[in-house]
Write a protein that binds this ligand. Structure first.
Ligand code: DQA
Length: 154
């Protein structure tokens, strides 16, 4: 007997300044607003049987609180930590502490910009970093998690 496919639940987190998408340096980050980006992610996710819970904050602690509040009901997380990528050991500890399979994503290619952006303190606790594909970075992140979850759920 075949069981119905379980919906995969992902947290989709945007860090500081990503609320300014559409206004903020469009040459680097594109002209879509965060609401438009989330709509695109939601619709792609739905096509893969994935449900996303979105969150954005400019505050490190609030992002950590959100992860603590919701990791038990999630199968994985796609996170664009913004500049917290380069600085936040407490966000890194939240990811490793909850053991939530996580993909780090970036709109811009952080390896082709200022040298401080090349270092991610978050990446070592993630299953992958995807950088430089615009909004597609998030969609690729969903793909990576879906594949990983398929493997681990046997
Ligand atoms: C970013 C890259 C970070 O270096 C920057 O601080 C951001 C956005 C990106 O999506 O390209 O806020 O994470």
């Amino acid at each position: 007997m075949r069981y119905p496919k379980k919906t995969v639940r992902l947290l989709c987190v945007h860090g500081p300044n990503l609320n300014l998408l559409g206004v903020r340096e469009p040459g680097i980050y594109g002209s879509k607003t965060l609401a438009e980006l989330n709509r695109e992610i939601r619709s792609y996710a739905a096509s893969r049987g994935v449900e996303c819970r979105f969150y954005q904050s400019n505050h490190e602690g609030r992002i950590i609180d959100f992860i603590h509040r919701h990791f038990r009901e999630a199968d994985g997380m796609v996170i664009n930590p913004g500049a917290l990528t380069h600085t936040s050991y407490s966000l890194r500890d939240a990811i490793s502490g909850t053991a939530l399979p996580t993909v780090e994503v970036h709109l811009s290619d952080i390896h082709k910009r200022e040298s401080f952006r090349r270092i991610s303190v978050i990446m070592p606790v993630c299953i992958k970093q995807i950088s430089g594909y615009g909004e597609k970075s998030y969609l690729k992140g969903i793909d990576v998690l879906v594949e990983r979850l398929k493997k681990t759920s046997g």
